[in-house]
Each structure stands twice: as C-alpha cells, then as structure tokens.
Design a binder for this molecule. Structure first.
Ligand SMILES: [Zn+2]
Ligand SMILES: [Zn+2]
Length: 545
C-alpha cells in the first residue's frame, strides 16, 4: 500500500517556541525549522535556553533530505548550531535567515555545514517531495511560508506570518501564489496561531512610523533611546529613517543589534546614508538632542543594553532626565514583571518611558483572526493542524476553522511528541516520537535535567548545608556544619551535632563505610532540618575516617 504522509512534532505545539516539525514520506524526511525557547525563570531558573530533543532525527538521519527554514527568529533557527553538529544535511532559507544562522554557527564553532539561500517561489527537490518558498510578511525580513509537494498532496505551512499590504520593503505576502496553490488543492494546512485571540487585522508595520515621528517631535529637546528586537530589521530601518528626518545621529547599543544590522546592510535589507550611524563610543561628541540610540532589551533580558542602562551599568552612556526611552515592542507573555522592573528603574533615573500601552509604536508580526480566515479561504485545505501556539491558541484556532465551515474531524490539535498520518482518506494519530527538552546552561548541554533543576530550586528556596564528619571514634573530631542561604539556629545546630556524635561513638558510622556514612549523615540532616525548620536544603555530606 502506498505510504501516507507522516508529520511529527518535535516541538512548537502547545508552546510558542522551539519549532521543529518533520514531514516524512517513505524514505524521505523534510525538517521544517529547528528553534529554541527562552526558558521561564521560575520553571528552569538560570537556564540560558531550551532546545528540543531531536533523537528522532538522529535515529532517522539517513532519510533527512534537508532542513527548510521559514525565517531567522530564534524560535525557528536557534537549535541548528547543535543539530548541525550531529547531522550533516543542507539547510535552505532566505539570505537574511541564513546570514543570522551563519553568525551563530561561527559563534558555536560549527564548521562543516551547507547553506543554500533561496528566493521567492524557489522549488527545492527533496527525495520524492519538493518544497516551495512563498513570501510572507512578518516581524523579520526574509520570511517564507512553505508549500510541500508530496505524492499524497500538498502540505502548506504558513510559518510565522501576517498580511501586511504596506510593508517597509514593499515585499507583500504572495497572496497570488497562495491562491493558485489553493486552486490546485491543499491536503493539509498548518498555520500560525499566535494572534488567534486578536480580532480583525494586524496593524501594518508602516503605521509605526507615524507614532515614532510624533514622539520624535514631542521629545525634540531630549536624547531618544529606542528599544526594539535586533532582528526586526524593518523596525530598525524606520527608527533610522525617523532619526535622519529629525537630524539626529543613530548609534547602536548592544552586540546582537550591531551584528544583525551589519548582516542586513550587507544583504541590502537595511539602507541608510553612511553618515547616519555613528559608533556608540562617539556619542559624547554630539549634543544630546542630536542623538538617537537604538538598543535591545525590550523583554527585560538581564544582559541587554536597556536593562544595564536602567541599572546604570552600561558603560557607554548614563540615563538621566534628558532621556526619553521608547519601547518599540510588546511584552512576550510572562515577561511583564521583568519589563516593568526595567521601566521603573529608568523612571527612577529621571527618564521618560513610552511603551505600547501609551502609543502605537509597535505592530505585531503575527496574523489576527481575519487574516487567518483569509488564508483559510484561499487555501481551502482538506485537513488542518493549528501550530505555533499554546494549547488555548490551538483550541481557539480549531474553533475558528470550524466557524468557517470545516468539520471537527478534519482538524487535529497536536502536542509535542505526537505524529499524525494523513492522506486524502483521512487524518489519524500515529505512534508518538521521542520529544522533550534539552537545557543549555553554562555554555554546555545538560544531561541530568531533573537533577540540575531540582538542586537549583532547592538552593533558591532552602539554601545549602555542608556537613564535614569524621567517622572514626578513635580519631574523633567535632563535625563541622557550614551553611549558605539557610538560617540554622544554634540550638538546632547543637541538636544535629549531638546526634551525629552519638552515632559516631556507637561505631555505627564506621561500620556503614564511607558511602553508607554519607547517606546516613544526609538523611539525618534532611530529616532534622525538615522537622525543625520546615526546609529542604541541598545537603552535601563530606566524610573522613
Ligand atoms: Zn515563531
Ligand atoms: Zn517569527
């Protein structure tokens, strides 16, 4: 029997982050995106980022025909420096996405890779399937939807998109091609669910200029600092245009911003007169009201330029009452508290801060409900899987599809690790594939995820107790208990010491041997501290004979 198409979700469903999807037919696998997630500081404290578990790809590496990148955001390319160390396959994507990826590969010292830049409507063969790149608008230039031509029908993945009729570079979503593909017939649609809760249409990126321009007029006597995402090249372009119009020099603060601006300038995605941008080290030579500093840190990232400015720890400039800070972004859900912390600190230094709640200085890169409906009616897919959303987004996107006439049995809400099989006769659940998360911490991947996170949480809430114990009754010395981040009152300390000493004198600890004694001391301390202080610290027993 001819093979169905199997789609496996290694990440990116039930979450916004670490997008990675496999499309498989017979002996061929196509991988779409391989992204990372920035972790939640409460769930995984201190972790730099989370990458998807790609065991499934390692187990099937000989089938992989290529990795197809929709665009250059971290949640779509961030896992590639790891994946490409393990699997040698070609990567296809827009020049900007590949430019950003290549600078990451260099940073991670990945040397052996092949990147193929694509253009609008390019079709790349991949075994018995092929992949067409269809231009879409999004909050980064060089974004594509993918039409995957398979022997069983066409699969359309929107990637992250919006329908912006007046994008900054004039390169609109290729609705003509999307309509043609719809006419030819689409088996399955997988579409971006990020903004499914938002009615109507997303605001055009061009509208941001008016709001920016107004703020530049209102703040003509101030230095203006604009915070945005480094990868939002069109936003950076608009800020530069506005600065030039108002006779201000632009300086970039922050390494990622400088790097992406260089890549974009090289590729012709960013344009400005040579003397419009000055080095951040030279800002002292200009009057404050002749400057516009562009920086990163819209999400309150601890190491970003804006956060450091707010704490007066950014060496290149000091924020004061002569500054107006424009936050040209919106808060990614979960980051609000940190962002408001940064805004409070900037206010304390005397700066005015304008954020989205106060002006239209940001437009989202994701389609709202009416745009999602338009894509649906152009493509008229037989089956639908909502992607790129938390569970509530996926559910709401399913309801939207039903609202415009699709039967519930034709829609599948996937979870990470699910695989589905689809052809013209139906969509059904296949065997699950391995999925999960791998943590990147301290510049290395972590093997024992639960151990590390468990210890880190225990350290944060209960501190650490180190007990040095000499177990030989003949060479007896008093146990030494050192603590960090936990308060053990003298009376409790005395009780613990006394119990250990009693055990040593009875000879029990010597009998137990070194490992046994360690276990014993750990248990004794854990029990005692929990009983007396209701705390569960990390306990490190050190045993000497
Ligand atoms: Zn995304
Ligand atoms: Zn994106």
């Amino acid at each position: 029997m001819a093979k169905r198409i199997k789609i496996s979700f290694l990440g990116g469903v039930g979450e916004i982050g670490k997008n990675i999807t496999c499309i498989e037919h017979g002996e061929d696998i196509i991988v779409v995106d391989a992204g990372l997630t920035f972790p939640d500081n409460e769930e995984t404290p201190g972790i730099e980022y989370v990458i998807p578990d790609y065991t499934y790809l390692l187990n099937n590496r000989s089938k992989i025909k290529g990795i197809f990148i929709t665009h250059g955001h971290e949640d779509h390319i961030g896992a590639l420096p790891f994946l490409l160390k393990d699997i040698k396959v070609p990567v296809y994507g827009s020049p900007l996405a590949l430019g950003i990826l290549e600078s990451k590969l260099k940073e991670f010292k990945v040397e052996d890779y092949t990147l193929y830049p694509v253009e609008d409507r390019d079709v790349i063969p991949a075994g018995k399937m092929s992949v067409e790149f269809i231009r879409v608008t999004h909050s980064i230039a060089g974004s594509y939807a993918l039409a995957i031509w398979t022997p069983k029908g066409t699969i359309f993945m929107t990637g992250d998109f919006k329908i912006d009729h007046t994008p900054i570079d004039g390169k609109t979503t290729d609705l003509t091609r999307i309509a043609q593909i719809g006419e030819e017939g689409v088996l399955l649609l997988m579409a971006d669910s990020t903004n499914v809760e938002k009615p109507g249409y997303s605001m055009s990126e061009s509208n941001v200029f008016k709001a920016l321009d107004n703020l530049f007029v209102q703040n003509k006597d101030k230095r203006i600092i604009v915070a945005t995402f480094a990868s939002n090249v069109h936003r950076v372009q608009q800020i530069i245009n506005c600065a030039v119009l108002h006779d201000r020099k632009v300086a970039f603060a922050g390494r990622s911003l400088q790097k992406i601006a260089e890549i974009a300038l090289d590729l012709g995605e960013l344009h400005y007169p040579e003397d419009a941008v000055i080095d951040i080290d030279k800002i002292g030579k200009y009057d404050l009201d002749k400057l516009c500093v562009i920086c990163t840190g819209t999400q309150g990232e601890p190491m970003s330029a804006l956060t450091r400015m707010s704490e007066n720890e950014f060496p290149k400039l000091e924020v004061g009452d002569y500054d107006t800070v424009l936050m040209s972004s919106s808060a990614i859900p979960g980051n609000e508290k940190t962002i408001f912390g940064v805004i409070n600190n900037l206010n304390k230094r005397g700066a005015e801060v304008v954020y989205q709640a106060l002006a239209e200085i940001h437009s989202s890169g994701h389609a709202c409900r009416e745009e999602l409906k338009l894509i649906f009616s152009l493509l008229k897919p037989s089956y639908f899987i909502p992607v790129h959303g938390e569970y509530r987004h996926l559910k709401m996107h399913k309801e939207l599809a039903m609202e415009i006439g699709m039967g519930a049995s034709r829609i599948f809400i996937a979870q990470n690790g699910n695989s589905v099989e689809v052809d013209s006769t139906g969509i059904r659940v296949g065997c699950n594939v391995p999925c999960g998360q791998t943590l990147f911490d301290g510049k290395y991947l972590v093997e024992d995820v639960n151990g590390l996170i468990g210890d880190r949480k225990a350290l944060a809430t209960s501190g650490c107790v180190i007990a040095t114990v000499f177990i030989n009754p003949e060479t007896y010395r008093e146990p030494v208990i050192v603590t960090r981040g936990i308060n053990i009152p003298d009376e409790v300390r005395a009780e613990i010491t006394e119990e250990i000493v009693t055990e040593i004198q009875s000879g029990k600890l010597t009998e137990a041997g070194m490992d046994g004694a360690k276990q014993y001391v750990r248990k004794l301390l854990a029990k005692k501290i929990q009983k007396r202080l209701d705390k569960r610290p990390v306990i490190v027993p050190i045993v000497f004979e």
